[in-house]
Design a protein around this ligand. Structure first.
Ligand code: NAP
Length: 289
């Protein structure tokens, strides 16, 4: 017997989820769910819970090895495909084989198109990101991808793409968190009209006791959690975020940040900016950058 599709009560109405209009006119939700290192056994449950809580953007990559599970989710969730926003990425070793890499992603994700596809890393040593970019442009022309972008690119690398092809990325997804606030590249992306999405937005490294209690005080003041304060900091700086959680109880927490506004002139924001240490989570291998 065909199972009747359940209509979800949406806790954060997707229509209430703010969106950003990219430089190609496509709308992208400000928050999505990161899926890197999500345990495979619980991923389906997390995805269904996320949709129920109001998430529509799901961030994956061919290297995450979870596209087949996300494909089952896309096929079975009672939400129209056009309401979802699916991001995938082309891995470093596929710069010469973008078309077959995207076809595999589409196949695994059981969809006819990606909403956003990024070149995962410049990979200048082994890859040819210009050739990869030209392939993405062609795939966008064929409507297999709605928006094209990059990840972990410097401003010089983005400018080079533009010089050669005349097409700017819509998005640059980069490592941004309180310990690595990346002000220079953010300014450069903003001047070029490129939307910045923060990966690993929640990372803080080891907080000192003073730092922790100051964050806890801010959270108390706004009746929010420390995680919500951090995510709100990203949003107020104009970034998109894709926090990952494999705990369904945290999904709603991470998305419920549109009812507070941090006072941009306050000492709190100065304190947050002073947490910057220009510290990356890891030094990137040579064949990534
Ligand atoms: N483009 C790239 O090169 C690149 C690189 C890395 C990541 N990414 C993307 O960015 C996404 C996010 O980055 P990330 O996964 O590295 O880091 P993240 O989202 O900043 O942090 C994830 C960590 O925070 C915990 N967490 C989540 N919500 C929480 C909450 N409300 N309270 C307390 N802890 C919470 C998670 O634990 P639990 O799971 O136990 O909740 C997990 O340990 C990835 O999943 C991936 O999609 C892209």
């Amino acid at each position: 017997m065909k199972q009747e599709k359940k209509w979800y009560c949406r806790k954060v109405r997707p229509t209430a989820m703010p969106q950003h209009i990219l430089n190609d006119g496509i709308k992208i939700p400000l928050i999505g769910l990161g899926t890197y290192q999500q345990p495979r056994s619980s991923l389906m449950n997390v995805l269904f819970s996320a949709v129920e809580d109001g998430y529509r953007l799901f961030d994956t990559a061919s290297i995450y090895d979870n596209q087949k599970i996300i494909g089952h989710f896309i096929k079975s969730v009672p939400v129209n495909r056009h309401e979802l926003f699916i991001t995938s990425k082309v891995w470093n070793s596929d710069h010469e084989n973008v078309i077959s890499s995207i076809k595999k992603s589409l196949d695994e994700l059981q969809t006819d198109y990606l909403d956003l596809c990024l070149i995962h890393w410049p990979a200048t040593k082994d890859g040819n990101f210009i050739r990869a970019w030209e392939s993405l442009i062609r795939l966008r022309e064929k409507s297999l991808i709605r928006s094209i972008g990059v990840s972990n690119f410097t401003a010089q690398q983005v400018s080079f793409l533009f010089e050669v092809t005349g097409i700017l990325p819509a998005v640059n997804q980069i490592e941004i968190h309180l310990r690595n606030q990346q002000q220079n590249i953010i300014l450069e992306m903003s001047e070029l009209g490129i939307f910045v999405q923060s990966w690993s937005p929640l990372w803080t490294g080891d907080l000192t006791e003073t730092e922790y209690s100051r964050l806890a005080g801010m959270a108390l003041k706004h009746n929010k959690t420390i995680t919500q304060i951090i995510l709100r900091w990203h949003i107020e700086n104009g970034f998109g975020v894709i926090p990952k959680t494999s705990q369904v109880g945290r999904l709603l927490e991470n998305i419920s940040i549109f009812d507070i506004e941090l006072d941009l002139d306050s000492d709190d924001l100065i304190f947050l900016s002073l947490l910057n240490m220009d510290k990356k989570i890891m030094e990137y291998p040579d064949d990534y950058v």
